[in-house]
Design a binder for this molecule. Structure first.
Ligand code: FE2
Length: 291
Protein backbone atom coordinates (compact mmCIF):
# COMPACT_ATOMS: atom_id res chain seq x y z
CA UNK A 1 0.00 0.00 0.00
CA UNK A 2 1.03 3.60 -0.46
CA UNK A 3 2.66 5.24 2.54
CA UNK A 4 2.67 8.93 3.41
CA UNK A 5 6.16 9.73 4.69
CA UNK A 6 5.41 13.31 5.75
CA UNK A 7 4.67 16.81 4.65
CA UNK A 8 6.59 19.93 3.74
CA UNK A 9 5.31 23.49 3.52
CA UNK A 10 7.24 26.29 1.84
CA UNK A 11 6.88 29.85 0.65
CA UNK A 12 6.62 30.19 -3.15
CA UNK A 13 7.15 33.89 -4.08
CA UNK A 14 8.38 34.35 -7.68
CA UNK A 15 11.51 36.26 -6.60
CA UNK A 16 12.85 32.95 -5.19
CA UNK A 17 12.82 31.56 -8.73
CA UNK A 18 14.78 34.55 -9.97
CA UNK A 19 17.29 34.16 -7.11
CA UNK A 20 17.76 30.48 -8.07
CA UNK A 21 18.20 31.39 -11.75
CA UNK A 22 20.86 33.99 -10.85
CA UNK A 23 22.66 31.72 -8.34
CA UNK A 24 22.06 34.08 -5.41
CA UNK A 25 21.56 31.36 -2.77
CA UNK A 26 24.63 32.53 -0.77
CA UNK A 27 23.93 36.25 -1.23
CA UNK A 28 23.53 37.89 2.23
CA UNK A 29 19.91 38.78 1.46
CA UNK A 30 18.99 35.22 0.49
CA UNK A 31 21.31 33.04 2.61
CA UNK A 32 19.06 32.95 5.72
CA UNK A 33 16.24 31.67 3.54
CA UNK A 34 18.07 29.14 1.35
CA UNK A 35 20.20 28.01 4.31
CA UNK A 36 17.07 26.72 5.99
CA UNK A 37 16.65 23.98 3.39
CA UNK A 38 19.68 21.84 4.27
CA UNK A 39 17.78 19.83 6.89
CA UNK A 40 14.93 19.29 4.43
CA UNK A 41 17.36 18.03 1.78
CA UNK A 42 18.91 15.58 4.25
CA UNK A 43 15.50 14.31 5.34
CA UNK A 44 14.34 13.87 1.74
CA UNK A 45 17.57 12.06 0.84
CA UNK A 46 16.80 9.56 3.61
CA UNK A 47 13.08 9.21 2.93
CA UNK A 48 13.23 9.21 -0.92
CA UNK A 49 9.56 9.79 -1.84
CA UNK A 50 8.31 8.39 -5.14
CA UNK A 51 5.43 10.83 -5.58
CA UNK A 52 4.70 14.36 -4.37
CA UNK A 53 1.10 15.54 -3.96
CA UNK A 54 1.22 19.34 -4.13
CA UNK A 55 -1.45 21.60 -2.61
CA UNK A 56 -0.94 25.03 -4.17
CA UNK A 57 -2.87 27.92 -5.72
CA UNK A 58 -2.76 28.97 -9.35
CA UNK A 59 -2.02 32.65 -10.04
CA UNK A 60 -3.63 32.99 -13.47
CA UNK A 61 -1.49 30.65 -15.58
CA UNK A 62 -4.04 27.82 -15.75
CA UNK A 63 -7.18 29.35 -14.20
CA UNK A 64 -8.15 33.01 -14.49
CA UNK A 65 -10.71 35.11 -12.62
CA UNK A 66 -13.48 34.19 -15.05
CA UNK A 67 -13.30 30.48 -14.12
CA UNK A 68 -11.72 29.34 -10.87
CA UNK A 69 -12.55 25.95 -9.37
CA UNK A 70 -12.48 25.81 -5.59
CA UNK A 71 -10.55 22.52 -5.73
CA UNK A 72 -8.93 21.11 -8.89
CA UNK A 73 -6.95 17.87 -9.16
CA UNK A 74 -4.50 17.15 -11.97
CA UNK A 75 -5.01 13.86 -13.79
CA UNK A 76 -2.32 14.02 -16.45
CA UNK A 77 0.83 12.07 -17.23
CA UNK A 78 2.81 15.31 -17.26
CA UNK A 79 2.37 18.95 -16.27
CA UNK A 80 3.92 21.79 -18.21
CA UNK A 81 5.10 25.12 -16.89
CA UNK A 82 4.91 28.24 -19.13
CA UNK A 83 6.09 31.83 -19.22
CA UNK A 84 4.25 33.58 -16.38
CA UNK A 85 5.62 37.04 -17.03
CA UNK A 86 7.80 37.24 -13.88
CA UNK A 87 11.01 36.78 -15.80
CA UNK A 88 11.15 33.25 -14.43
CA UNK A 89 12.86 30.58 -16.53
CA UNK A 90 10.36 28.03 -17.83
CA UNK A 91 10.85 24.65 -16.15
CA UNK A 92 10.91 21.30 -17.91
CA UNK A 93 7.62 19.35 -17.72
CA UNK A 94 6.91 17.48 -14.49
CA UNK A 95 5.96 13.78 -14.69
CA UNK A 96 2.51 13.01 -13.31
CA UNK A 97 1.03 9.86 -11.80
CA UNK A 98 -2.33 9.58 -13.52
CA UNK A 99 -3.24 6.31 -11.80
CA UNK A 100 -2.84 7.89 -8.36
CA UNK A 101 -4.63 11.04 -9.57
CA UNK A 102 -7.71 9.09 -10.64
CA UNK A 103 -7.70 7.15 -7.39
CA UNK A 104 -7.65 10.46 -5.50
CA UNK A 105 -10.40 11.95 -7.68
CA UNK A 106 -12.64 8.89 -7.28
CA UNK A 107 -12.07 8.84 -3.52
CA UNK A 108 -12.64 12.59 -3.13
CA UNK A 109 -15.91 12.55 -5.08
CA UNK A 110 -17.08 9.53 -3.08
CA UNK A 111 -16.22 11.59 0.00
CA UNK A 112 -18.44 14.45 -1.29
CA UNK A 113 -15.62 16.71 -2.54
CA UNK A 114 -16.87 17.49 -6.05
CA UNK A 115 -13.50 18.43 -7.50
CA UNK A 116 -12.66 19.71 -10.95
CA UNK A 117 -10.59 17.07 -12.78
CA UNK A 118 -7.89 18.37 -15.11
CA UNK A 119 -6.47 16.07 -17.76
CA UNK A 120 -4.39 19.02 -18.94
CA UNK A 121 -3.03 21.49 -16.43
CA UNK A 122 -0.31 24.12 -16.56
CA UNK A 123 1.51 24.51 -13.25
CA UNK A 124 2.88 27.88 -12.13
CA UNK A 125 5.56 29.15 -9.72
CA UNK A 126 3.52 28.00 -6.71
CA UNK A 127 4.26 24.45 -7.90
CA UNK A 128 7.65 24.82 -9.62
CA UNK A 129 9.53 26.90 -7.02
CA UNK A 130 8.88 24.64 -4.01
CA UNK A 131 10.04 21.61 -6.04
CA UNK A 132 13.18 23.53 -7.07
CA UNK A 133 13.81 24.42 -3.42
CA UNK A 134 13.45 20.82 -2.26
CA UNK A 135 15.45 19.31 -5.14
CA UNK A 136 17.88 22.07 -6.18
CA UNK A 137 19.91 20.07 -8.68
CA UNK A 138 18.52 20.77 -12.16
CA UNK A 139 17.09 17.69 -13.89
CA UNK A 140 17.28 15.63 -10.70
CA UNK A 141 13.67 15.67 -9.60
CA UNK A 142 13.26 12.13 -8.33
CA UNK A 143 9.48 12.17 -8.12
CA UNK A 144 6.23 12.01 -9.96
CA UNK A 145 3.67 14.66 -9.06
CA UNK A 146 -0.05 15.18 -8.46
CA UNK A 147 -1.07 18.87 -8.37
CA UNK A 148 -4.12 19.90 -6.32
CA UNK A 149 -5.06 23.56 -6.79
CA UNK A 150 -7.03 25.38 -4.07
CA UNK A 151 -8.67 28.72 -4.80
CA UNK A 152 -7.01 31.32 -2.57
CA UNK A 153 -7.54 34.11 -5.10
CA UNK A 154 -11.20 34.83 -5.89
CA UNK A 155 -13.75 35.17 -3.08
CA UNK A 156 -15.57 33.24 -1.78
CA UNK A 157 -12.63 31.12 -0.67
CA UNK A 158 -12.99 27.68 0.92
CA UNK A 159 -12.76 27.75 4.71
CA UNK A 160 -9.72 26.48 6.62
CA UNK A 161 -11.97 23.74 8.07
CA UNK A 162 -12.95 22.64 4.56
CA UNK A 163 -9.30 22.60 3.44
CA UNK A 164 -8.31 20.55 6.47
CA UNK A 165 -11.08 18.06 5.60
CA UNK A 166 -9.94 18.02 1.97
CA UNK A 167 -6.44 17.15 3.13
CA UNK A 168 -7.75 14.42 5.41
CA UNK A 169 -9.75 12.95 2.54
CA UNK A 170 -6.65 12.98 0.33
CA UNK A 171 -4.65 11.35 3.13
CA UNK A 172 -7.20 8.54 3.54
CA UNK A 173 -7.28 8.04 -0.24
CA UNK A 174 -3.50 7.76 -0.48
CA UNK A 175 -3.39 5.29 2.42
CA UNK A 176 -5.86 3.07 0.53
CA UNK A 177 -3.95 3.20 -2.78
CA UNK A 178 -2.81 -0.31 -3.67
CA UNK A 179 0.73 0.41 -4.85
CA UNK A 180 3.91 0.30 -2.77
CA UNK A 181 4.97 3.91 -3.11
CA UNK A 182 6.20 6.56 -0.71
CA UNK A 183 4.27 9.81 -0.93
CA UNK A 184 5.29 13.28 0.23
CA UNK A 185 2.62 15.95 0.73
CA UNK A 186 3.61 19.51 -0.11
CA UNK A 187 1.75 22.73 0.73
CA UNK A 188 2.96 26.02 -0.75
CA UNK A 189 2.53 29.77 -0.29
CA UNK A 190 2.47 32.15 2.66
CA UNK A 191 3.19 32.84 5.30
CA UNK A 192 1.83 36.32 6.09
CA UNK A 193 2.03 38.77 3.23
CA UNK A 194 0.01 41.33 1.36
CA UNK A 195 1.21 42.62 -1.99
CA UNK A 196 -1.25 45.41 -2.67
CA UNK A 197 -3.51 48.05 -1.12
CA UNK A 198 -2.98 50.14 2.00
CA UNK A 199 -1.47 47.17 3.87
CA UNK A 200 1.12 46.28 1.18
CA UNK A 201 4.15 44.82 2.93
CA UNK A 202 2.09 43.66 5.92
CA UNK A 203 3.71 40.85 7.93
CA UNK A 204 2.37 39.33 11.15
CA UNK A 205 5.18 37.39 12.84
CA UNK A 206 3.17 36.43 15.94
CA UNK A 207 0.43 34.90 13.80
CA UNK A 208 2.97 33.08 11.60
CA UNK A 209 4.77 31.53 14.55
CA UNK A 210 1.45 30.46 16.04
CA UNK A 211 0.55 28.82 12.70
CA UNK A 212 3.87 26.94 12.54
CA UNK A 213 3.20 25.57 16.01
CA UNK A 214 -0.45 24.67 15.37
CA UNK A 215 0.33 23.04 12.03
CA UNK A 216 2.65 20.66 13.82
CA UNK A 217 0.65 20.10 16.99
CA UNK A 218 -2.98 21.17 16.70
CA UNK A 219 -4.20 21.83 13.14
CA UNK A 220 -7.84 21.92 14.27
CA UNK A 221 -7.06 25.20 16.04
CA UNK A 222 -6.49 26.77 12.60
CA UNK A 223 -9.74 25.28 11.31
CA UNK A 224 -11.63 27.50 13.75
CA UNK A 225 -10.67 30.62 11.76
CA UNK A 226 -12.72 31.77 8.79
CA UNK A 227 -10.89 32.56 5.54
CA UNK A 228 -11.62 36.25 6.03
CA UNK A 229 -10.15 36.13 9.53
CA UNK A 230 -7.01 34.62 8.00
CA UNK A 231 -6.93 37.43 5.41
CA UNK A 232 -7.18 39.91 8.27
CA UNK A 233 -4.45 38.21 10.33
CA UNK A 234 -2.07 37.17 7.53
CA UNK A 235 -2.81 39.48 4.59
CA UNK A 236 -4.73 39.03 1.37
CA UNK A 237 -2.08 36.68 -0.06
CA UNK A 238 -1.22 35.21 3.34
CA UNK A 239 -4.44 33.26 3.00
CA UNK A 240 -2.35 30.86 0.90
CA UNK A 241 -1.99 29.28 4.34
CA UNK A 242 -5.02 27.23 3.21
CA UNK A 243 -2.59 25.11 1.16
CA UNK A 244 -0.51 24.41 4.27
CA UNK A 245 -3.62 23.44 6.22
CA UNK A 246 -4.64 20.97 3.49
CA UNK A 247 -1.12 19.51 3.53
CA UNK A 248 -1.34 18.98 7.29
CA UNK A 249 -4.74 17.35 6.94
CA UNK A 250 -3.26 14.68 4.65
CA UNK A 251 -0.86 13.52 7.39
CA UNK A 252 -3.05 10.84 8.86
CA UNK A 253 -0.46 9.12 11.06
CA UNK A 254 1.56 10.23 14.05
CA UNK A 255 3.06 13.60 13.12
CA UNK A 256 6.32 15.09 14.42
CA UNK A 257 8.22 18.22 13.48
CA UNK A 258 11.50 17.47 11.72
CA UNK A 259 12.57 21.04 10.96
CA UNK A 260 11.31 24.59 10.52
CA UNK A 261 12.76 27.90 9.43
CA UNK A 262 11.21 31.38 9.56
CA UNK A 263 12.81 34.43 7.98
CA UNK A 264 11.44 37.91 7.28
CA UNK A 265 11.20 39.49 4.89
CA UNK A 266 11.71 38.08 1.42
CA UNK A 267 10.19 40.27 -1.23
CA UNK A 268 7.69 41.70 1.32
CA UNK A 269 6.76 38.17 2.40
CA UNK A 270 7.23 36.24 5.62
CA UNK A 271 9.09 33.19 4.35
CA UNK A 272 8.90 29.88 6.12
CA UNK A 273 9.66 26.20 5.79
CA UNK A 274 8.10 23.39 7.80
CA UNK A 275 9.03 19.70 7.55
CA UNK A 276 6.77 17.17 9.29
CA UNK A 277 7.23 13.40 9.47
CA UNK A 278 4.21 11.09 9.39
CA UNK A 279 4.43 7.70 11.09
CA UNK A 280 1.44 5.79 9.73
CA UNK A 281 2.35 2.54 11.49
CA UNK A 282 2.60 4.13 14.96
CA UNK A 283 -0.87 5.61 14.54
CA UNK A 284 -2.28 2.22 13.50
CA UNK A 285 -0.67 0.48 16.47
CA UNK A 286 -2.18 3.04 18.84
CA UNK A 287 -5.58 2.61 17.18
CA UNK A 288 -5.39 -1.20 17.55
CA UNK A 289 -4.43 -0.86 21.24
CA UNK A 290 -7.33 1.52 21.88
CA UNK A 291 -9.96 -0.62 20.14
FE1 FE2 B 1 1.27 33.07 -4.24
Amino acid sequence: MAKIIGGVATTHVPSIGNAIAKGLQRDPYWAPFFGGFGAAHNWLARERPDVVVVFYNDHGLNFFLDKIPTFAVGAASEYRHADEGWGLPVSQPYPGDAELSWHLINSLVADEFDVTMCQEMLVDHAFTIPLALLWPEPDSRPVRTVPIAINTVQHPLPSPARCLKLGRSVGRAIASFDRDIKVLILGTGGLSHQLDGARAGFINKDFDLMCLDKLANDPDALARYSSLQIVEAAGSQGVELLNWIAMRGALTGEVAKVHSNYHIPISNTASALLVLSNDAEAAQTQYRKAS
